[in-house]
Write a protein that binds this ligand. Structure first.
Ligand code: COA
Length: 259
């Protein structure tokens, strides 16, 4: 049984810690570059749901392991048991992000691929290192953009830059993401933990109800369009996952030459 299939493997791969009113959700599967399995998505969804109703939690922080945010969806999972519908944990997670009531901070170092980049569009504050390596390789994989990135990325970074990042699908740095407005703060790798924690503490110190209402006001104008885009993207994404182009790309990843 592979890691992706083992139900017991999941708790080791998503670590949830609550301290100082901050719920830290850590991607912790470094041997696979923190690639996200179905079980890991389910654990993240459960952690987000629990944090939402926990009065002791005021802020959520996403972070990975040193030098790694996440390599995105586990490509083995995409091949062996692709999500079938909107109930799949990956789509549940994507659906939760746009109007999540508590503020979310992301701390990004190293690879932040696929959802590792698109989820940042739904975070309230993003801290990254200059060596962070963001990438949305959907087209290279025979897929289409997800998580409303086809709507949010052009509005944030401009159509030309969004077209380059989505249509070519090449990696770009944390510094590029910072200059495009996708990242709030660039920090040294050794400061990522402490700087992201400092931002979480600052948010946690704000009056929570005013913070919740302000976040909702900031996000409300786009919510309907985001939902609509997610639905359109999701329907095509599910089809594309089973396309010959996608299967060829997934197979090529696992048979790539190793150095
Ligand atoms: N799904 C499944 N396994 C993955 C993975 C993914 N998305 N990303 C990395 N891994 C695994 C590799 O298969 C390898 O496993 P192995 O040691 O058992 O062979 C291990 O993680 C290390 O990856 P490797 O490619 O050797 O490391 P690298 O430093 O050369 O490259 C990445 C790192 C992240 C740039 C590269 O692994 C990559 O491009 N991954 C795929 C990213 C992707 O397309 N994600 C899907 C987005 S929708």
């Amino acid at each position: 049984m592979s890691d992706a299939e083992s139900p017991e493997s999941s708790p080791r791969h998503i670590r949830v810690e609550i301290a100082e009113a901050i719920c830290t959700i850590r991607f912790d599967r470094p041997e696979k570059k923190n690639a996200l399995t179905t079980a890991m998505y389910a654990d993240v969804v459960a952690a987000l749901r629990a944090a939402l109703v926990d009065d002791d939690v005021r802020v959520v922080r996403f972070i990975g392991t040193p030098g790694l945010f996440t390599a995105g969806n586990d490509l083995g999972d995409f091949m062996s048991r692709p999500p079938a519908d909107a109930e799949a944990p990956v789509f549940q997670l994507i659906a939760m992000l746009p109007d999540y009531a508590k503020p979310i901070v992301a701390a990004v170092d190293g690879p932040a691929i696929g959802l590792g980049t698109t989820m940042l569009l739904h975070c309230d504050l993003v801290v990254a290192t200059a060596r962070a390596r963001l990438q949305m390789p959907f087209i290279k994989l025979g897929l289409v953009p997800e998580a409303a990135s086809s709507l949010l990325l052009p509005s944030l970074a401009g159509l030309q830059r969004a077209s380059e990042w989505l249509l070519l699908g090449d990696a770009f740095t944390g510094a590029d993401a910072h200059s495009a407005g996708l990242v709030n703060r660039l920090v040294a790798p050794e400061d990522l933990e402490s700087e992201s924690l400092a931002l979480c503490r600052a948010l946690a110190a704000r009056p929570p109800e005013a913070l919740r209402q302000s976040k909702a006001l900031l996000r409300a104008p786009l919510t309907a369009a985001i939902r609509d885009t997610m639905q359109r993207e999701g329907a095509i994404f599910l089809e594309r996952l089973r396309s010959p182009e996608a299967l060829e790309a997934f197979t090529a990843f696992f048979s790539r030459p190793r150095t």
